[in-house]
Write a protein that binds this ligand. Structure first.
Ligand code: GLN
Length: 445
């Protein structure tokens, strides 16, 4: 009731939800109360949550921020939704996002932009901007996001909350609308690392319905939260403190790192030499995979269908012209081009080779240090309506994208402010070391 009435009074301005499922939520809350009374309730029973509108929810619209899926109701729940339901959580609804998760400001949504609750003239970041804004404004205690190139960590940073992108394969992608399948990963967004640990406990694990999910035991991520950090080796990638980094962000991040030194950590200078190749590599691979994934929206099987098609070609063309927004079309065109005969070797294959080198940079760095730290984004939140140049927007992803290409986990934790705008400290760790990552993040909170 508390969260639903906050949504009612505050979300007209913020626009962080696309769909609110009040009646479902109240019924689920009653069921959680009953479970608690009979002594059957787990720790998450009755905890309200919101899902980025990319997670399929049985019988409730899953729009992916697009006109294409405006009337789409999935006939099943995504694996993570199913797992969190079993844990007794209560879904408040589905949050706003950049269309098909393509964007860094939540301005490409068919449902309009989301506003940053710290200052409503600012963007909340993207693409999981609705989830970040809803948590920051206290419209829900936690939400789920997805991160293909930074979409959990950058909006978490812009809104002053904690957001975790797990290792690729840690969390099932089944029922998550696909953007770039070799990069997509769902994860928790909440106030604290501790809340993220509780959610990850319920979300993580092998799923036979996602062939890239990994069969590896899931530890209790809350167990090691309070481990002491004495002797921790923190690497600061030189390339993450260079040109283009906002001065206020840099000061906040360096101050945060001093807190770790005071806790007994040692700071070591490291290099990730292929950093400058991460954005061009990502913007070949992600659109290529997107162009392939989005070919399913043909107006025939599901999604938007144009009125009165004259023939099959007209049906395909007009349904896609009407259903997709400008940024999505741009990505489909780029991807179709780089995958086409004659260009494949020069672009897609080359990008996959560079991807290997980027991954190797991280493996080499983790030979010397336990974690890496730096800013989650080069600037704090910026003003709405300033994104005329798509390449400027792509540069937002400079510190987040390489992490997806490498498949490692990363978290953004609130680290003070640049002026009056929140700053996120990004912490990175080797594959499958989320427990350690959450421990390091928790120490700061
Ligand atoms: N901003 C990046 C993009 O537009 C990342 C988005 C994401 O992680 N989903 O592709």
């Amino acid at each position: 009731q508390h969260y639903l009435s906050r949504i009612e009074s505050l979300d007209r301005r913020l626009n962080s939800f696309i769909t609110v499922t009040g009646e479902h939520a109240l019924a689920a809350a009653d069921a959680a109360d009953a479970a608690r009374q009979s002594g059957q309730a787990g720790i998450l029973a009755g905890i309200p949550l919101a899902y980025k509108d990319i997670f399929c929810t049985e019988g409730v619209r899953t729009s992916c921020g697009s006109r294409m899926l405006d009337s789409f109701k999935a006939p099943y729940d995504a694996t993570v939704v199913e797992k969190l339901k079993l844990a007794g959580t209560v879904s408040l609804g589905k949050t706003n996002m950049d269309e098909f998760a393509m964007g860094s400001s939540n301005e490409t949504s068919f449902y309009g932009p989301v506003r940053n609750p710290w200052n409503t003239d600012l963007v909340p970041g993207g693409s999981s901007g609705g989830s970040a804004a809803a948590v920051a404004a206290g419209l829900t205690p936690a939400a789920l996001g997805t991160d293909t190139g930074g979409s959990i960590r950058q909006p978490a940073a812009f809104c002053g909350i904690t957001g975790l992108k797990p290792t690729y394969g840690r969390v099932s992608r089944y029922g998550m609308v696909a953007y770039a399948s070799s990069l997509d990963q769902g994860g928790p967004m909440a106030r604290t690392a501790e809340d993220c640990a509780l959610l990850l406990n319920a979300m993580a694990g092998h799923d036979p319905r996602d062939s890239t999910s990994v069969a590896r035991a899931v530890p209790d991520y809350t167990q090691s939260l309070a481990e002491p950090l004495k002797g921790l080796k923190i690497g600061l990638p030189r390339e993450y403190f260079g040109e283009g980094l906002d001065g206020g962000v840099e000061t906040a991040v360096r101050d945060a790192i001093k807190v770790y030194e005071a806790l007994g950590a040692q700071v070591i200078d490291v290099s990730l030499p292929h950093t400058r190749l991460a954005i061009p590599t990502y913007y070949v691979i992600a659109p290529a995979e997107a162009s392939s994934n989005l070919s399913r929206y043909d107006g025939v099987r599901f999604g938007h269908r144009c009125d009165a098609p004259t023939d099959l070609m007209d049906l395909y063309k007009r349904s896609r012209v009407e259903g997709f927004g400008e940024e999505v079309k741009r990505r489909i065109l780029i991807g179709t081009h780089t995958l086409s005969e004659g260009f494949f070797d020069a672009y897609y294959k080359k990008a996959q080779q560079v991807r290997r080198l980027i991954r190797q940079d991280f493996l080499d760095a983790f030979d010397k240090v336990d974690v890496l730290m730096g800013p989650a984004a080069p600037t704090p939140a910026f003003e709405l309506g300033n994104q005329a140049d798509p390449v400027q927007m792509y540069l937002q992803d400079i510190y987040t994208i390489a992490i997806n290409l490498a498949g490692i986990p990363g978290i953004s934790v609130p680290a003070g402010f640049a002026g009056d705008r929140p700053v996120g400290l990004q912490i990175l760790a080797p594959h499958f070391s989320e427990a350690h990552l959450l421990n390091v993040a928790h120490a700061f909170q």
